[in-house]
Design a binder for this molecule. Sequence first.
Ligand SMILES: Nc1nc2c(c(=O)[nH]1)N[C@H]1C(S)=C(S)[C@@H](COP(=O)(O)OP(=O)(O)OC[C@H]3O[C@@H](n4cnc5c(N)ncnc54)[C@H](O)[C@@H]3O)O[C@H]1N2
Ligand code: MOO
Length: 414
Amino acid sequence: MHSPPHQHGHTPHQARSVALHRAAVTELLKPVRAHGRTETLALRDALGKGLAQDVMAALNLPPFANSQMDGFAVNSLDVPDGGAKLSVVVPVPAGAVPAALDRGTAAPIMTGAMIPTGADAVVPVERAVPDRFPAPGETTTVWLPATAAGTFVRSAGSDIAAGERALTSGTFLGPAQLGLLAALGIAEVTVRRPVTVLLATTGDEVVEPGQPLPAGKIYDSNGTLLESAMRQAGLAVVRTAIASDHPDEFRALLRSHAGAVDLIVTTGGVSKGAYEVVRQAMDGQATEFLHVAMQPGGPQGIGTFDGVPFLGFPGNPVSCLVSFEMFLRPVLAELFGAPSPRIPVHARLGHSLSSPEHKHQVRRGTLQGDGTVRLEGGESSHLMHALAGSNALVHVPVGVSALAEGDEVEVWML
Ligand SMILES: Nc1nc2c(c(=O)[nH]1)N[C@H]1C(S)=C(S)[C@@H](COP(=O)(O)OP(=O)(O)OC[C@H]3O[C@@H](n4cnc5c(N)ncnc54)[C@H](O)[C@@H]3O)O[C@H]1N2
Ligand code: MOO
């Protein structure tokens, strides 16, 4: 949104800082945490959930010392400086429990196979002379170079020892965390039940995708955009039909779902127009509508509707996504451990930019391999195509009105 030149950078004195609004969202959602509800799920269903309790390792990983290479298991004392010729004994396949290794012998061993008692090192087959395994039944010798104890041996517990904490309560369960649980032999995990959000997009001008588009109307992008962001963040989402601009109808729509959700999020109808349905529907509720010193995403609603926590995001698509990223995602991360907060990284601006000095501006851009960030589109919050071509949010803090190409900025990877 562009301000007239004489107002550029000016924010109404009542604008709330991003930090204060985030703190207000935290306070609003704290009672949700108190529910403490958990469920136990198969690993495949736990992707994106928050772990409800610490998980301790019940076994060593690896569970037994094993070979890191296809090669020959030896006692390192048998291959001193200059190497040695050893007689080859029966091979050790992965999955078998091998016989003890006699001194002066070498056992062909496969990657992942258990190191025989008496062996303490592995020589990769390509370093042996000859550099191959003997054929089954062939009696032979092999020359091996000098090898220090422990070489190419993955010792028991070298990844994690039995009794150690594998994962901490609250951890976001992504592929690596679920893979670790599987490696520990754990098939089910207790997770926090997802926060359930009622998501209502509003506006008489907004039409469901797939329907004809009459003149003056636009398709609802916010519903899909925010539902996707929320689901990716591990929230359960209940969508209402697109709400009309009639406050009574909207109130009834919210009431028909509110009992079953932890949080209500709406988009649109919060600014200063003549038909601000969300503002009007919240009349008499413990809600406030205010301006956060942020662009986009300035107009915000916050409070409770019939006692259910409520956040009213602005209607412009980029504004509602930025609101989610600036407020809901970090607060959910803080209170529930999931999703992970965005990790700030620093990049060099590929272009100069200007920003309202009294607002925290969030631009969209593409962080490139050379560490520079190219801005996508301008500052306007209707630029859905530019958002879709971006991989990062670019932060311009309060107090900064201009940045030059090459200046350092904080970016959050999307
Ligand atoms: N006089 C003022 N006008 C506006 C101000 C202001 O301070 N004074 N703030 C501007 C800013 S900034 C924003 S952001 C918007 C916020 O408006 P609302 O939250 O009331 O949203 P609407 O007016 O309903 O819609 C804004 C815009 O977004 C489009 N929209 C709405 N819903 C959807 C949807 N589901 N999918 C796609 N696009 C949607 C809508 O058509 C409008 O273009 O107010 C400014 N005005
Ligand atoms: O700038 Mo509005 O705040 O477009 O979201």
